[in-house]
Design a protein around this ligand. Sequence first.
Ligand code: ASP
Length: 332
Amino acid sequence: MIKLSALLALLALAPMASLSAQDADDAPRWSLAIHGGAGTLKRENMSAEQEVEYRAALQSALDAGAKVLSQGGSAMDAVEAVIVLLEDDPKFNAGRGAVFTWDGKNELDSSIMDGETRAAGAVAGVTTVRHPIRLARAVMEDGRHVFLSGHGAEQFAAEKGLEIVPPEWFATEHRRKQLEKMKAENLAALDVEFKFGTVGAVARDSAGHLAAGTSTGGMTGKRWGRIGDSPVIGAGTWADDRACAVSATGSGEYFIRAGVAHAICARMLLADESVQQAADAVIADVGELGGDGGVIVVSKDGEAVFSFNTPGMYRGRATSDGTNEVAIFAGE
Ligand code: ASP
C-alpha cells in the first residue's frame, strides 16, 4: 500500500510534471526560415503582379523545406531543398538569374554548414555548376577541404557527378541590363540593384539538429575575383547545435568584417542573449560599419527570427506548431 506521505508528495509533483510536459509540447519540433535577399524593397517600387510572384516563389520554397522537416527529414536536406528551388528561379540572385560581374559573367558562391558536427563546405567563383549549394554540400561530405574555388571547384563537381550546365544557363536579360546601367551611369552596385537577392535557409529538425546554407551570384559589377560573405563560413553562414543557425544577405564586405553569422551564435552561447537580441545587435554593428542587409536565424530551441536594417527582405518561416508565413516589407 502506498503511504499517505508518498501519495501527497506525488500529488504535489503532479502539476509541475504536467506543466513541463506541456512546455516540451509547445516548443516547435522543427522550424525553418528562408530568405531571398534584402534591400530597398518598397511597396511603391513593386507592381502588384511582381509582389504576387515573389510571394508565391517564397511560399513554394518554404513548402519544399517544411515538407522535408514535417516528414522527419534532416535540417540539412531541408536547407538544400529550399535553396535548390531558389537557385533555379531567375527572380533571385543565385544560380539562374545571378548578377553579372564587370566582365559580363556569372560567378556563383555558396556554402552550407551542419550544426551537429560543425562540418562545412563552401565554393566560390563557379560558372558551370547548376546548383552551387549541392556542390558546397559535396565539399562538406567529402570532408578533405572546406572551401574550394574557381576551376578546381568545377573539376571537383564533375568528379562528384553534379549537374554541369553551360555558363549561359545563369544569364538573364534583366541582370545584364543592370550591369549595363551600372557601367553607363557610373553607379555603385547597390544603386542598380535596389536589392541584393541572395538566397538562404536555416532549419532545426525534429532530432534537434541545425543546418544553414546560402547561395548567391554576389554583387553586380564585381571584379578581380571578388568573393562576398555568402560562401565565407562564419560570415554569411554558420550552424552550431549549441546555439543557432544563420544565413545572411547584404553588402558582403561588411558582413565579412563583422563576422556576422558566427557573431550571432557566439553572443547566444557566451553572452546568453536571446536569438532576437543577438541578431539585432550584430545587424546594428553591421549598420555602424556602413553595411546593409539582414539575417535569418533559427535557435537551438526552434525559434525562427529575422533581423534586417533595409526597407525589406524577402523571407519566410514555418514551424511544426503551425506558423507558416512569407513577407517582403519591413513591419509585415
Ligand atoms: N551578400 C552577397 C554578397 O555580398 C550579396 C547578397 O546578399 O545579395 O555577395
